[in-house]
Design a protein. Structure first.
Length: 304
């Protein structure tokens, strides 16, 4: 089993010295927009380097060690671009302290052509790659638990995709959301979980997934190609990643055509897509409230 840990420092100052040498300090800090969970900054250093920092409360350091593990796993497959991981760490700070993740600052020089076709092919190659080294004791799961947004995501290994998707994806989210459901809906949930093998299919092989693949987690890298950020990685069915790309508007048609040329989805994917997006919508329900209750109940009614 390969290791996907990265350097961890006990202060931001120590991290900069450890990465760039003595006397390296921050020359300028720019607050960046984007993200609901973490604060984001561009750091210009006295040695001329420009790096990206995400920060959160000290007790949320697990967000960043998990994200770094996911980025490292994606990078190790060498099929699609990701920012270089510099380190993670915690800083005592002036008050309660904070945790941080330092990454390469991704600066785009413009998209290559064909951008979307290249993205589709590279994601398909990622999904086709062997991912057995990322799971211990089963075919589906990941080397550690991580997060989907601010929600802990359980990645304990299972031997089948149906078992993993039921036990580690749907069941925890339904439990968190139980206050939203009356007895009739609870009965539908029980039936769905008991007969989940009727609604999703076992894939031909597990795939390393990004896990939260919507447009906000894709950047154009300095090579002009799509780079992945903010992963919630695990080994699962490739259909779950593709379904997520279609949940909030979808990608270009060229992306899906190119993807299918390299990694053809199993027949009936369209019938399973909403079942995979049920997990994402349940997570939104638990994070953001009852605005997402109707789409969750609509999917339940579609299947049960």
């Amino acid at each position: 089993m390969a290791s996907y840990t990265v350097k961890n420092f006990t202060s931001l100052a120590a991290a900069l010295v450890g990465l760039y040498g003595r006397n390296t300090q921050i020359a300028r800090t720019d607050r960046l927009s984007g993200g609901d969970i973490n604060k984001a900054y561009g750091l210009n250093l006295t040695n001329g380097a420009h790096i990206f920092m995400k920060a959160n409360a000290k007790e949320n350091a697990g967000f960043f060690t998990a994200e770094a593990a996911g980025l490292a796993a994606l990078a190790s497959v060498k099929k699609i671009g990701t920012p270089k991981i510099l380190c993670t760490g915690t800083d005592p700070g002036e008050q309660s302290g904070y945790s941080f993740l330092l990454l390469e600052y991704v600066e785009s020089r413009g998209r290559i052509e064909p951008y979307w076709e290249t993205f589709g092919r590279e994601l398909a190659e990622l999904h086709k790659a062997d991912c057995s080294e990322f799971v211990r004791g089963g075919k589906y799961g990941f080397i550690q638990d991580n997060y989907i947004g601010a929600t802990e995501q359980i990645n304990r290994a299972r031997g089948t995709w149906v078992d993993f998707y039921r036990d580690c994806r749907l069941v925890p989210q339904f439990r968190r959301a139980s206050r939203y459901f009356d007895n009739a809906v609870q009965a539908k949930i029980t039936k769905l979980l008991d007969h989940l093998d009727s609604y999703i299919a076992e894939p031909g092989r597990p795939s390393l997934l990004h896990g939260d693949l919507w447009s906000g987690n894709v950047l154009c890298g300095p090579d002009g190609k799509a780079w992945l950020i903010d992963p919630a990685c695990y080994c699962g069915c490739s259909e779950a990643d593709i379904a997520m790309t279609q949940l909030f508007g979808g990608f270009s048609g060229e992306f899906y055509r190119a993807y299918s040329e390299v990694n053809q989805l199993q027949p009936g994917y369209e019938d399973r897509r909403d079942m995979y997006n049920l997990y994402q919508l349940l997570n939104h329900l638990n994070l953001f409230g009852e605005t997402y209750l109707e789409p969750v109940c609509s999917i339940l009614a579609e299947y049960v």
